[in-house]
Design a protein around this ligand. Sequence first.
Ligand code: 1HN
Length: 346
Amino acid sequence: MQELGRLEDLPLEYRSALTEKNLVPLWPSLRAVLPPGVPTRRTQPICWPYQELRPLLLQAGVLTPMEKAERRVLVLANPGHGLENMKASATIYLGMQLLLPGEWAPAHRHTPNAVRMIVEGEGAYTTVEGEKCRMSRGDLILTPTGLWHEHGHDGEEPVVWLDVLDLPLVYFMETSYVTEGKRQAVTSEAADSAYHCAGVLPAPAFKRAGSAFPMLHYPWVNVRAALVSMAARQPDAEAVQVAYVNPETGADCQKILGYSALMLRPGEALNLPARSCATVFHQIEGGAHVSVTAQSFKLAAADTCCIPGYTPVTLRNDSATEPAFLFIADDAPLQKALGLYEIRNP
Ligand code: 1HN
């Protein structure tokens, strides 16, 4: 590839004249913004073990009351992006949120899309547009763009969940903002039962039918049962994996980030080809090794890691007797919509 002229090759006077007029020569920076073959990625492979962050999160519960936090969260920040930028990858924000018994995180709505994966504790709930979604370990609760949401806790133990947002992208686009609201009236207590089973839809239609986000709560008991049944009935399936989708259209449940759950059978190893999207893995149950060329993370329950795009990944369950279950988040829906999504076969 042809070497291009450098900034230093240009006379100082000419450079000053350009700067003065808010002009920049492209050629000294062209290779940096358009590298050959593989993009430059600031995202580093990184792991956040739950047992290391949990005591610090509980300490935040002592140090900072809810009135002073609104959302009591420790952000899982990728050092490759600069910790202060609060990014796990270029588009993905991750945070571990703590809610203590009796606490309330007030209602608001905002432009970024969020989901929460429940990590530990019983008794908390998120009310989304009047639908009360009770949290249990492994449940996925959606708070998509523009929908009112707040969190409450009637239980007796700390509740922790993993927030996943497309905040870095929405902020980068200069479209991120919030509106504060009043406590919502609960209009529905068991809305997750509306889409209990694939292939059947409520008739007459459920009240959210036809909206962009008809289903807001994906209970883990159902998702786990689907994976276990798939593993038993499809022994030849390459990957035992299910995607979280809109039950009426089959499309990804949100437009920017995509979510799935994957089961590794006892002893199973799975090679995932390099894809253009960065990927987050969160261990729901069991343990797994997540390996890239130079690095390997051993995930235990509730651990979370992030892998940059264009990187092949191997997942391995070392247990000879127990399955392993992973929650996966990536920005494949966004990349597909923009025509940027790639799978590179080795
Ligand atoms: C948010 O609304 C929540 O509602 C959590 O629990 C984390 C991080 C950035 C922006 C909004 C929540 C968030 C957030």
